[in-house]
Design a protein around this ligand. Structure first.
Ligand SMILES: [Zn+2]
Length: 342
């Protein structure tokens, strides 16, 4: 089958589009013909090589997969060949203490599809039956492949970790990213007032177009002053962070009393400093967040199938152009998700 894979870590030039052996389907597994997949930052980290992921070569990236069931393995019940499906991007054991307590994103054996397993940058991929979910005919494969990882991440951050309620004000840092655009959509659907930041005029316009109430250029201004101005001097209830040192201090200055900052990434570095006096005097909460749970995934899937949530798609390109797509993401040229079609 045709696929995009790597034989070693490195730059985008390590992405090979070529022929690779089609995966075989084992007991309890399903072979899916991939109709659409999408690019996430984790694909780039896995390609570059990070200690958290032990990569077996040749490796196929891709956490988001929508497609058609091609073949079902032994002892698979309730899934038929020809069904339109989407795959869960997170793989849990559903047996450990965290899984049983409903925190399966913290499973002792947690894996992300396409990072610790072979992924969706291919004509075919294999999934455990428990990670395969049917989608309605009205949902396009592109939309189905655009939402899983980013919407799951952003939902867990805003709804579960930051306890978003109607009427809350939310500052979304980097609204042009996959998770940023998902956060704007989720926050608006939840009845929040959304202030988005982005780095170019075009992205600011797009942030407003997808539902943000205000958009601030984070490349030119100290957005904390503007956030204070827009919230009557109070600051925002929730900050959606994934950048780290480059935005950390400005973000903390934008937070209201009793505000919640939730963070899922550190794209500009792993270390920040914090004045503990500000933390306790203003009763700030800082929460970490990683992926999301199966229950959350099903809630999002239902909303996406019903049309209540619609992912933001930047571009749809052939799988063979995956390197170009990753370059676009690295250069921050896109707004929303970049889809790859095998
Ligand atoms: Zn588990």
């Amino acid at each position: 089958m045709k696929a995009v894979f790597i034989r070693e870590h490195g730059g985008v030039d390590k992405l090979i589009y070529g022929d690779i052996e089609e995966p075989s389907v084992g007991e309890g597994e399903v072979l899916v013909k991939v109709k659409a997949t999408s690019i996430n930052h984790i694909d780039i980290w896995v390609r570059q090589g990070i200690p958290a992921y032990k990569t077996v070569f040749p490796h196929i990236c891709g956490s988001d997969v929508a497609g058609i069931v091609e073949e079902v393995g032994k002892n698979v019940k309730g899934i038929k060949s020809g069904e339109r499906v989407v795959l869960s991007p997170g793989l849990s054991c559903y047996r450990c203490r965290e899984c049983i307590c409903g925190r399966d994103n913290l499973c002792r054996d947690y894996k992300i599809r396409g990072a610790a397993t072979q992924g969706g940058y291919a004509e075919y991929t294999v999934a455990r039956d428990m990670d395969v979910f049917p989608i309605l005919d009205g949902l396009s494969f592109e939309d189905a492949a655009a939402f899983p990882l980013t919407f799951l991440t952003s939902w867990h951050m805003l709804i579960t970790r930051a306890r978003l309620r109607p009427g809350d004000s939310v500052l979304v840092i980097g609204a042009g990213s996959g998770i940023g655009s998902a956060a704007v959509k989720i926050a608006k659907l939840s009845g929040a007032k959304v202030i988005a930041t982005a780095g170019t005029g075009v992205k600011l316009e797009k942030a407003i177009a997808i539902g943000a109430d205000y958009a601030i250029d984070h490349s030119k201004t100290d957005y904390s002053g503007k956030v204070r101005e827009l919230t009557g001097g109070r600051g925002v209830d929730i900050i959606f962070e994934h950048v780290g040192p480059a935005t950390w201090e400005r973000s903390l200055r934008s937070l209201s009393k009793y505000g919640r900052l939730v963070i899922c990434g550190a794209t500009t570095g792993p270390e920040v400093s914090i004045d503990l006096r500000g933390l306790f005097m203003q009763e700030h909460s800082i929460s970490g967040s990683i992926m999301g749970t199966r229950r959350e995934f099903l809630s999002i899937l239902e909303l996406v199938c019903r049309g209540g949530l619609r992912p933001v798609i930047d571009s749809v390109i052939p799988l063979s152009d995956a390197a170009e797509g990753q370059k676009r993401m690295l250069n921050r040229e896109g707004f929303g998700k970049i889809l790859l079609i095998p």
